[in-house]
Design a protein around this ligand. Structure first.
Ligand SMILES: C[S@@+](CC[C@H](N)C(=O)[O-])C[C@H]1O[C@@H](n2cnc3c(N)ncnc32)[C@H](O)[C@@H]1O
Length: 212
Protein backbone atom coordinates (compact mmCIF):
# COMPACT_ATOMS: atom_id res chain seq x y z
CA UNK A 1 0.00 0.00 0.00
CA UNK A 2 1.30 3.49 -0.86
CA UNK A 3 1.98 5.90 1.99
CA UNK A 4 -0.50 8.66 2.77
CA UNK A 5 0.74 11.82 4.49
CA UNK A 6 -2.59 13.68 4.20
CA UNK A 7 -3.64 13.08 7.77
CA UNK A 8 -0.33 14.22 9.23
CA UNK A 9 0.16 17.22 6.92
CA UNK A 10 -1.20 19.94 9.28
CA UNK A 11 1.26 19.00 12.05
CA UNK A 12 4.19 17.63 10.05
CA UNK A 13 6.44 20.71 10.10
CA UNK A 14 5.68 21.47 13.76
CA UNK A 15 6.58 17.92 14.77
CA UNK A 16 9.80 17.95 12.74
CA UNK A 17 10.82 21.27 14.28
CA UNK A 18 9.95 20.08 17.80
CA UNK A 19 12.28 17.09 17.47
CA UNK A 20 15.06 18.49 15.26
CA UNK A 21 14.78 22.29 15.33
CA UNK A 22 16.03 23.71 12.02
CA UNK A 23 18.64 20.99 11.51
CA UNK A 24 16.70 18.98 8.92
CA UNK A 25 16.18 22.09 6.79
CA UNK A 26 19.84 23.02 7.14
CA UNK A 27 20.82 19.51 6.02
CA UNK A 28 18.64 19.87 2.90
CA UNK A 29 20.35 23.15 2.01
CA UNK A 30 23.93 21.86 2.00
CA UNK A 31 24.28 21.25 -1.75
CA UNK A 32 21.72 23.69 -3.17
CA UNK A 33 24.47 26.06 -4.28
CA UNK A 34 25.83 23.29 -6.56
CA UNK A 35 22.74 23.47 -8.74
CA UNK A 36 23.84 24.93 -12.06
CA UNK A 37 22.25 28.18 -13.26
CA UNK A 38 19.20 27.56 -15.43
CA UNK A 39 18.76 23.98 -14.21
CA UNK A 40 15.56 22.00 -14.54
CA UNK A 41 14.79 20.36 -11.21
CA UNK A 42 12.59 17.47 -10.09
CA UNK A 43 11.70 17.53 -6.37
CA UNK A 44 10.24 14.25 -5.14
CA UNK A 45 8.37 14.22 -1.82
CA UNK A 46 9.06 17.82 -0.89
CA UNK A 47 6.22 17.88 1.66
CA UNK A 48 4.87 21.33 2.53
CA UNK A 49 7.35 22.98 0.18
CA UNK A 50 9.96 24.55 2.43
CA UNK A 51 12.66 23.72 -0.13
CA UNK A 52 10.94 25.84 -2.78
CA UNK A 53 11.83 28.99 -0.86
CA UNK A 54 15.64 28.82 -1.11
CA UNK A 55 15.43 27.36 -4.62
CA UNK A 56 13.17 30.06 -6.05
CA UNK A 57 14.82 32.88 -4.10
CA UNK A 58 18.21 31.65 -5.35
CA UNK A 59 16.88 32.13 -8.89
CA UNK A 60 19.04 29.29 -10.29
CA UNK A 61 16.28 27.08 -11.67
CA UNK A 62 14.61 27.32 -15.08
CA UNK A 63 11.68 25.18 -13.97
CA UNK A 64 10.76 22.80 -11.18
CA UNK A 65 8.52 19.73 -11.24
CA UNK A 66 7.20 19.19 -7.70
CA UNK A 67 6.07 15.58 -7.38
CA UNK A 68 4.09 14.63 -4.26
CA UNK A 69 1.79 11.74 -3.42
CA UNK A 70 -0.07 13.70 -0.74
CA UNK A 71 -2.69 16.12 -2.06
CA UNK A 72 -2.62 18.11 1.19
CA UNK A 73 1.17 18.44 1.14
CA UNK A 74 0.94 19.53 -2.48
CA UNK A 75 -1.74 22.12 -1.70
CA UNK A 76 0.39 23.56 1.12
CA UNK A 77 3.45 23.74 -1.10
CA UNK A 78 1.62 25.60 -3.86
CA UNK A 79 -0.02 27.93 -1.32
CA UNK A 80 3.41 28.69 0.11
CA UNK A 81 4.61 29.89 -3.30
CA UNK A 82 1.64 32.27 -3.48
CA UNK A 83 1.85 33.45 0.13
CA UNK A 84 5.58 34.17 -0.04
CA UNK A 85 5.23 35.67 -3.52
CA UNK A 86 8.00 33.44 -4.84
CA UNK A 87 8.82 33.90 -8.49
CA UNK A 88 9.63 31.02 -10.83
CA UNK A 89 8.12 28.23 -12.90
CA UNK A 90 6.84 25.36 -10.77
CA UNK A 91 4.56 22.53 -11.92
CA UNK A 92 2.85 20.72 -9.04
CA UNK A 93 2.10 17.09 -9.82
CA UNK A 94 0.12 14.71 -7.65
CA UNK A 95 1.62 11.23 -7.95
CA UNK A 96 4.70 9.12 -7.46
CA UNK A 97 7.71 8.30 -9.62
CA UNK A 98 5.60 6.00 -11.84
CA UNK A 99 3.58 9.01 -13.01
CA UNK A 100 6.56 10.96 -14.33
CA UNK A 101 6.28 11.91 -17.99
CA UNK A 102 8.17 9.48 -20.22
CA UNK A 103 11.38 10.86 -21.67
CA UNK A 104 11.88 13.23 -18.79
CA UNK A 105 15.37 14.71 -18.71
CA UNK A 106 16.10 16.97 -15.75
CA UNK A 107 19.42 18.47 -14.66
CA UNK A 108 18.80 17.84 -10.97
CA UNK A 109 16.73 15.37 -8.93
CA UNK A 110 16.17 16.16 -5.24
CA UNK A 111 14.88 13.60 -2.73
CA UNK A 112 14.66 15.17 0.76
CA UNK A 113 13.88 12.56 3.45
CA UNK A 114 12.10 10.28 1.00
CA UNK A 115 14.30 7.20 0.42
CA UNK A 116 14.01 6.32 4.12
CA UNK A 117 10.34 5.32 3.71
CA UNK A 118 10.84 2.40 1.36
CA UNK A 119 11.99 -1.22 1.44
CA UNK A 120 15.19 -2.21 -0.34
CA UNK A 121 13.07 -4.06 -2.92
CA UNK A 122 11.01 -0.94 -3.79
CA UNK A 123 14.05 1.29 -3.89
CA UNK A 124 16.00 -1.11 -6.08
CA UNK A 125 13.24 -2.02 -8.52
CA UNK A 126 11.15 1.16 -8.71
CA UNK A 127 12.08 4.41 -7.00
CA UNK A 128 15.81 4.58 -7.75
CA UNK A 129 15.74 3.31 -11.38
CA UNK A 130 12.78 5.52 -12.34
CA UNK A 131 14.38 8.66 -10.87
CA UNK A 132 17.74 7.72 -12.40
CA UNK A 133 15.95 7.49 -15.75
CA UNK A 134 14.52 10.99 -15.34
CA UNK A 135 18.04 12.43 -14.90
CA UNK A 136 19.89 13.95 -17.85
CA UNK A 137 23.32 12.54 -18.75
CA UNK A 138 25.69 14.55 -16.58
CA UNK A 139 22.91 15.42 -14.13
CA UNK A 140 22.99 15.58 -10.32
CA UNK A 141 20.92 13.81 -7.68
CA UNK A 142 20.85 15.60 -4.32
CA UNK A 143 19.83 13.34 -1.43
CA UNK A 144 19.31 14.20 2.20
CA UNK A 145 18.25 11.38 4.47
CA UNK A 146 18.69 9.36 7.63
CA UNK A 147 21.43 6.76 7.40
CA UNK A 148 22.16 3.34 8.81
CA UNK A 149 25.29 3.27 10.94
CA UNK A 150 24.27 6.11 13.24
CA UNK A 151 24.98 5.87 16.98
CA UNK A 152 22.90 3.81 19.40
CA UNK A 153 20.35 6.40 20.61
CA UNK A 154 20.10 7.84 17.09
CA UNK A 155 19.24 4.38 15.73
CA UNK A 156 16.49 4.14 18.35
CA UNK A 157 15.12 7.55 17.36
CA UNK A 158 15.12 6.59 13.67
CA UNK A 159 13.31 3.33 14.47
CA UNK A 160 10.77 5.24 16.57
CA UNK A 161 10.13 7.62 13.68
CA UNK A 162 9.67 4.71 11.28
CA UNK A 163 7.04 3.16 13.54
CA UNK A 164 5.37 6.55 13.99
CA UNK A 165 5.12 7.08 10.24
CA UNK A 166 4.01 3.48 9.69
CA UNK A 167 1.11 4.19 12.05
CA UNK A 168 0.22 7.69 10.87
CA UNK A 169 1.16 7.63 7.18
CA UNK A 170 1.37 3.91 6.30
CA UNK A 171 4.94 4.09 5.10
CA UNK A 172 6.17 0.87 3.59
CA UNK A 173 9.36 -0.05 5.41
CA UNK A 174 9.84 -1.49 8.89
CA UNK A 175 13.48 -0.49 9.11
CA UNK A 176 15.88 1.97 7.59
CA UNK A 177 17.46 0.62 4.42
CA UNK A 178 21.07 1.20 3.40
CA UNK A 179 20.10 3.44 0.48
CA UNK A 180 23.72 4.62 0.10
CA UNK A 181 24.75 1.12 -1.03
CA UNK A 182 21.77 0.96 -3.40
CA UNK A 183 22.76 4.33 -4.91
CA UNK A 184 26.27 2.97 -5.50
CA UNK A 185 24.69 0.29 -7.73
CA UNK A 186 23.11 2.88 -10.05
CA UNK A 187 26.22 3.86 -11.97
CA UNK A 188 26.05 7.36 -10.51
CA UNK A 189 29.19 8.63 -8.78
CA UNK A 190 29.16 10.01 -5.24
CA UNK A 191 30.62 13.49 -5.59
CA UNK A 192 30.42 14.51 -1.95
CA UNK A 193 28.68 13.59 1.27
CA UNK A 194 28.41 15.62 4.46
CA UNK A 195 27.23 14.14 7.75
CA UNK A 196 24.48 16.20 9.37
CA UNK A 197 22.43 16.16 12.58
CA UNK A 198 25.16 14.48 14.62
CA UNK A 199 25.81 11.85 11.94
CA UNK A 200 22.27 10.44 11.75
CA UNK A 201 21.61 12.25 8.45
CA UNK A 202 23.71 12.44 5.32
CA UNK A 203 23.54 15.20 2.70
CA UNK A 204 24.89 13.83 -0.56
CA UNK A 205 25.37 14.78 -4.17
CA UNK A 206 25.55 12.00 -6.78
CA UNK A 207 26.45 12.79 -10.38
CA UNK A 208 26.12 11.05 -13.68
CA UNK A 209 29.68 9.96 -14.48
CA UNK A 210 29.55 11.24 -18.07
CA UNK A 211 30.69 14.52 -16.54
CA UNK A 212 33.89 14.27 -14.54
C1 LIG B 1 9.01 12.17 5.35
S1 LIG B 1 8.11 13.32 4.36
C2 LIG B 1 9.38 14.52 3.98
C3 LIG B 1 8.80 15.84 3.56
C4 LIG B 1 9.84 16.94 3.23
N1 LIG B 1 10.77 16.50 2.24
C5 LIG B 1 10.54 17.39 4.48
O1 LIG B 1 11.73 17.04 4.64
O2 LIG B 1 9.93 18.08 5.29
C6 LIG B 1 7.99 12.42 2.86
C7 LIG B 1 7.14 13.11 1.80
O3 LIG B 1 7.22 12.33 0.59
C8 LIG B 1 5.93 12.15 0.03
N2 LIG B 1 6.00 10.88 -0.74
C9 LIG B 1 5.97 9.61 -0.25
N3 LIG B 1 6.16 8.72 -1.23
C10 LIG B 1 6.33 9.44 -2.37
C11 LIG B 1 6.58 9.09 -3.73
N4 LIG B 1 6.72 7.81 -4.10
N5 LIG B 1 6.67 10.08 -4.65
C12 LIG B 1 6.53 11.39 -4.27
N6 LIG B 1 6.30 11.78 -2.99
C13 LIG B 1 6.21 10.82 -2.06
C14 LIG B 1 4.99 12.15 1.21
O4 LIG B 1 3.69 12.50 0.85
C15 LIG B 1 5.65 13.18 2.13
O5 LIG B 1 5.20 14.48 1.85
Amino acid sequence: MASNFNWITPVYDTLARAVFGQSLNRAQSVFLDRIPAGASVLIVGGGTGWLLEPLLRGGRTSHILYLETSARMLARASQRVLDRQLLGVVAFQLGDERTLPTGMNVDVVITPFVLDMFTAQSLRTQMIPLLRQALKPGGQWIITDFVVGAGKWQKRLIQLMIWFFRLTASIETRQLVDWQSLMAETGLRLQERQPQVGGMVSAEIWVDPLVS
